[in-house]
Design a protein around this ligand. Structure first.
Ligand SMILES: *Cc1c(COP(=O)(O)O)cnc(C)c1O
Length: 451
């Protein structure tokens, strides 16, 4: 290792506190310092190249240093980087909003910007709540799915259900009704029964609380952070039917699933569902800059119209709302979707992943493989028959991913689920290389790691 890298690592350990990271372990271990990127590769300070196997935490779409996005940001930089949307309009935020509404489910008509997935969810929850207040109804409860993940701010954690991340904060959270996750692998019955079990519970909650539920919030099709849990077919459609039947809003958190991840531009399209509110972030700028958007229907927007003294205004905003550089990157990214036929080229890559998953599922210690488009999870278990997991302290998933690094892939697991989340525009050759590394590591390294 060069002296420069050594020095950087020491400074990192001296000054930084990393997210979702046990810092005691971090401080005691070797680290990779990324200095640049090129296409679908990340390059460290030693010049090592790694495939960006989880899209820099699920947000990269077209790769790194994509000329068109780079140029769009540079060109915007020569005009202005940021001006506020509070009381002022701004060119790029207007252009992007028009483009988002053009590709979103048809009923969505308005764009409220913010800067992260968590804020897009906070905004969705507050809009749903105030929508009913403005209509003189006090609906202050939400229904969410167990094991869901909607971000790390207090509101989004309140509707989240991942014990490992969220349980410590319980006393700080507001009350939410939880329905069971439709997770076929851990359900005793068929996928259809699994779907119905969860839908029945949601219906029960809606029936028992006819006057105080504002919205049902779901990650459409895939619960990403829970371990790439893929819902049974038509579950989302079922939730949409129930929310319509009981007159409550449906919030679709497309932060992870949006922008091509599931094989369509948005996951909701797969089941022809039009949510009342949709949350977008991660891939919105192609993975370049922090930006998020909460989309709503005209009806919701209209409920906030009134004279100042009627107090129907939505008093919410963030300083960097609608940042011009981020919007310029997002516009370029959306143009690339068309120019490069990103969605049209997905089926071949989705099939390639499916082929590998089939082979991987036959290997020792692999309990389940799950896939929805370019989101895939490989669940490692101690016992294939009983589905019993390894002890958490063994950190099997983390060790498997660490074994992929010297082979040229940077991956990050969710507990013992190996997550495959390559950039949406990845070329088939690089994807195959990544899949070969994953297969090889699970076949040859995993048996040694679990010993
Ligand atoms: C990542 C994620 C979020 C949070 O987004 P941040 O930008 O990290 O705040 C919210 N919802 C889902 C479904 C996510 O996967």
């Amino acid at each position: 290792m060069s002296r420069r890298t050594e020095k950087l690592i020491n400074l990192d350990k001296q000054y930084l506190w990393h997210p979702f990271t046990q810092m005691k372990q971090w401080l005691a271990s070797e680290q990779v310092v990324i200095e640049s990127g090129q296409g679908f590769y990340l390059i460290d300070t030693e010049g090592n190249r790694y495939i960006d196997g989880v899209s820099s935490l699920w947000c990269n779409v077209h790769g790194h240093r994509v000329k068109k996005i780079d140029d769009a940001i540079k060109s915007q930089l020569d005009k202005i980087s940021h001006s506020t949307l509070l009381g002022l309009a701004q060119t790029k935020s207007i252009e992007l909003a028009e483009k988002l509404i053009a590709i979103a489910p048809k009923n969505l008509k308005k764009v409220f910007y913010s800067d992260s997935g968590a804020t897009s969810v906070e905004i969705a929850l507050k809009i749903a709540y105030q929508y009913y207040r403005n209509k003189e109804q006090k609906r202050d409860k939400f229904i969410a799915l167990r094991q869901s993940y909607h971000g790390d701010t207090i509101g989004s954690v309140s509707v989240g259900g991942i014990e490992l991340f969220h349980s410590i904060f319980k006393p700080m959270l507001f009350d939410v009704f939880f329905a069971p996750t439709p997770f076929p692998y851990r359900f005793n019955g068929t996928a259809e029964q699994c779907k119905q079990f969860s839908l029945d519970k949601i219906e029960e909650l809606l029936k028992e609380n006819p006057e105080n539920i504002a919205a049902v919030i779901v990650e459409p099709l895939v619960q990403g952070a829970a371990g790439i849990i893929v819902h049974p077919k038509d579950f989302l459609k079922g939730v949409r039917r129930l929310t319509k039947k009981y007159g409550v809003l449906l919030i679709a958190d497309e932060v992870a699933t949006g922008f091509g991840r599931t094989g369509k531009m948005f996951a909701c399209e797969n089941e022809q569902v039009e949510p009342d509110i949709m949350c977008l972030a991660k891939g919105i700028t192609g993975g370049y800059l922090p930006l998020a958007a909460t989309l709503t229907t005209q009806e919701i927007f209209d409920a906030f119209l009134g004279e100042p003294a009627e107090f129907k205004t939505f008093y919410h905003g963030h300083t960097y709302t609608g940042n011009a550089l981020a919007c310029a990157a997002a516009i370029a990214s959306l143009e690339l979707f068309e120019e490069n036929k990103i969605i049209e080229l997905l089926p071949a890559k989705i099939n390639l992943i499916a082929e590998y998953l089939k082979k991987i599922s036959l290997l020792d210690f692999i309990g389940d493989v799950r896939q929805c488009g370019l989101m895939a999870g490989v669940e490692i278990v101690k016992d294939k028959k009983t589905k019993k997991p390894f002890d958490y302290e063994k950190m099997i998933g983390a060790k498997v991913c660490a074994a992929m690094r010297p082979k040229g892939a940077l991956m990050r697991p969710l507990s013992d689920v190996i997550v495959l989340m390559p950039p949406v525009a990845i070329d088939s050759d690089t994807l195959q290389k990544l899949l070969d590394i994953v297969y090889d590591t699970i076949k040859n390294d995993l048996p040694k790691i679990v010993k």
